[in-house]
Design a protein around this ligand. Sequence first.
Ligand SMILES: *Cc1c(COP(=O)(O)O)cnc(C)c1O
Length: 408
Amino acid sequence: MKPHDHAAAFGTADGELRVGGMPLSRLAARVGSTPFFAYDRGLLDRRIDELRAAFPERLELSYAMKANPMPAIVQHLANRVDRIDVASGLELQAALDTTMRSERISFAGPGKSPAEIRQAVASGIIVELESRTEFDRVIAAGDELGLTPNVAIRVNPDFAVKGSGMRMGGGPQQFGIDAEQVPAVLRDYAAAGVNVLGFHVFAGSQNLAAAVIAEAQRRTVDLVSSLAEHLATPVRYLNLGGGFGIPYVEKDQPLELQLVADNLHDLVDGPVAERMPEATPVIELGRYLVGECGVYVTRVLDRKDSRGTTFLVVDGGMHHQLAASGNFGQAIRRNHPLVLGNHVGRPLTERATVVGCLCTPLDLLGDHVELPEAEIGDLVVIFQAGAYGLTASPTAFLGHPAPAEVIV
Ligand SMILES: *Cc1c(COP(=O)(O)O)cnc(C)c1O
């Protein structure tokens, strides 16, 4: 996808990008400072509507809030999705501050501390167990608090998902309990007084190949159906993971959602209904829900020519939006989509290299990108910035102030 396509999704008027309907220069004035992140509520809602329309009705949608834990985003989504998944004690507190009921919050991730597990058991959420140690800690917390913990087993599957940006299942993993160990674990802990609701399999992140995601979901349902025979109670919770990707660089094509959704209809109406009739199937998404609704807005501080290359130096950089600099899991650095947000329709008359304000060559936001001729004060906008932006970046590096975040 080209930068122009991303701009069209937000909308433009009088040569300006709009976010939440507001022209960018006015929004910048409203925010009062650059750089900043802005998230478009309408685009968030549109994404959820698309998913709801495509998915089976019985399938529940969970928001993996580590993708964007801004409280206003989490609050907004809490009213629109069915569940929230957290990955730390702090995220748990933020999720509990929303209207989401605690039994609809899950907590995944390796290395949950005894204190975090105690918080989780006290709040009544679903703890997704990654190891025997976590099982022991949950039991200890339940005994101490006089509560029956709710848990699900996170399973490291016996298959790997190819073509995913970040693989998190299959082979040796710090995530989950290996599928072949699960029967013994269930047997050993059968009398532990813990409410085992079901299973969770998360195979990887940033996957744009619908056929690969569909295959992983089929194999997950197969795997869980066979593990279910080792559980004393019916499976009530079936978290099929997610990992839906979004297009970052020009050659990326958007995920074919309908293909994934058709497969989910087959699974939910077929093997899930037949073999696990009491299970609530869940899809858990972070990046796909929020990534495309967000922009990172910076202002041009300097413009200089160096031996034939035009440099635009902006007031933001990789300390806020690490991924755009290629430092977050990209093998080859490619440009994330960017435009001059206050001159969207203008002809692209020059090639410029857009760099951030950090004193390192790594702070490169756009390498020889086609732009209209830019001046000091213009607004450079980076798209696809709604997920793994601010909280996934080294904000303390060089000690610049934190950017504002707004939802419009
Ligand atoms: C990170 C994570 C997610 C979210 O992944 P996305 O690729 O952002 O959708 C979902 N589930 C688990 C268990 C995770 O660790």
